[in-house]
Design a protein around this ligand. Structure first.
Ligand SMILES: C[S@@+](CC[C@H](N)C(=O)[O-])C[C@H]1O[C@@H](n2cnc3c(N)ncnc32)[C@H](O)[C@@H]1O
Length: 350
């Protein structure tokens, strides 16, 4: 069966790596293509397993894919026409495996997305797919639709897919307490991956907010010690709530990350979502924060250690990093954070 996952902009490579790492060994996976915010792959295993992917926002079963959509309405007709010949037995079996109950007369709804110039509108796309499926005996339902059909045309590609994931696929059950500017777990997981987790890691997030990065690290696998801290007691309370009793050993501190009560060269990985300046609007204050944090991070990190830092303030970050000649960026990734362009920097000693 053909599947796709949708990921946040910029996470495509990491998502591909996660898929390969988790499923390539099973012999069930063949990755076909990487598109903006989408990975297309064949998978012959149980789709329920795919629902645990930590980079994915949504999981789709692709019913039809047309890689050569033109602007004309005839390609729209070809896309919908392909449904009239399609058998749904395997599709329904796959839905059941993913936990969606499918009855004989299938209630469905269609969501449509269209980008690029076309001789048809998004609503035309939606209507032809609704009609094609109704003609196959499916039942168009305004509420309580069992099947969520997505009709999409982006660039040359047309897709008709079934959404297998619930709306909360990218949410995590651990995230009970929230703070403003808390990081999406998919982004936190991706940052942790960039740190190359190792069972011996002493792992630090010195501005841990609600603890998302620390928890994603905890879920990835063994570590030696987790250390988190924040200047805000509300944020620390949120971290403590989200951790509960699980994930030992760990320690949380109420601190200012500009002066860390940690010995030099004792941390293996630092992963941190730096303030972007939304709350600290004042440039000199933000400069001071970045300058002193980088100094402290360089002091506590061991010489073979690795930092992964996220910021939208790339000019400030790069100019402060330049001042610290011992550090260099080895990798950077542009990502979307709450609609803002930001970068994940992997920083190591030169
Ligand atoms: C962008 S948020 C981090 C969000 C976190 N990654 C999460 O997912 O919840 C930045 C955090 O840095 C903290 N912070 C700001 N200045 C700090 C400082 N000087 N020392 C420690 N924490 C600080 C804020 O209180 C806030 O919780």
């Amino acid at each position: 069966m053909l599947y796709s996952i949708i990921v946040s902009a910029g996470l495509e490579t990491i998502a591909r790596e996660e898929l390969s790492e988790r499923f390539a060994d099973t012999g069930h996976l063949k990755i076909l293509e990487r598109k903006p915010q989408r990975i297309l792959f064949q998978y012959t295993g149980n789709p329920r397993e795919l629902l645990s992917l930590r980079t994915a926002e949504h999981l789709f079963l692709v019913l039809k894919r047309m890689p050569k959509m033109t602007r004309s309405r005839s390609s729209l007709a070809a896309l919908s026409g392909s449904l009239s010949r399609m058998g749904f037995k395997e599709v329904f079996a796959c839905c059941r495996q993913a936990g969606i109950s499918v009855r004989r007369r299938v209630p469905f709804r269609v969501t449509s997305r269209l980008s690029g110039k076309r001789n048809f509108r998004r609503l035309d796309l939606q209507r032809v797919i609704e009609r094609a499926l109704s003609e196959r005996g499916w039942y168009l339902a305004s509420s309580n639709a069992a099947l969520d059909v997505w009709a999409e045309v982006h660039g040359d590609d047309g897709y008709i897919s079934l959404k297998l994931s619930a709306n909360d696929m990218a949410q995590r059950p651990y995230k009970q307490a929230h703070i403003p500017a808390s990081l999406k777990p998919t982004l936190a997981y991706s940052m942790v991956r960039l740190s190359r987790p190792h069972p011996d890691d002493v792992f630090l997030d010195a501005m841990c907010g609600a603890g998302t990065i620390l928890l994603e690290r905890a879920f990835i696998g063994r570590y030696r010690y987790l250390i988190g801290g924040d200047v805000s007691t509300e944020a620390l309370d949120a971290t403590v709530t989200n951790f509960g009793r699980k994930h030992q050993p760990r320690q949380f501190f109420h601190w200012d990350a500009r002066t860390l009560p940690l010995r030099s060269n004792t941390v293996d990985k630092i992963v941190c979502n730096l303030p972007f300046g939304e709350t600290i609007g004042n440039v000199p204050q933000l400069t001071n924060l970045y300058r002193h944090c980088l100094k402290e991070y360089a002091r506590v990190l061991n010489p073979r250690g690795r930092m992964v830092l996220l910021t939208s303030q790339d000019t400030l970050f790069n100019s402060e990093l330049k001042q610290r000649r011992s550090l260099r960026t080895t990798q950077q990734l542009t990502v979307d954070v709450r609609g803002m362009r930001a970068k994940m920097y992997v920083v190591r000693f030169a």
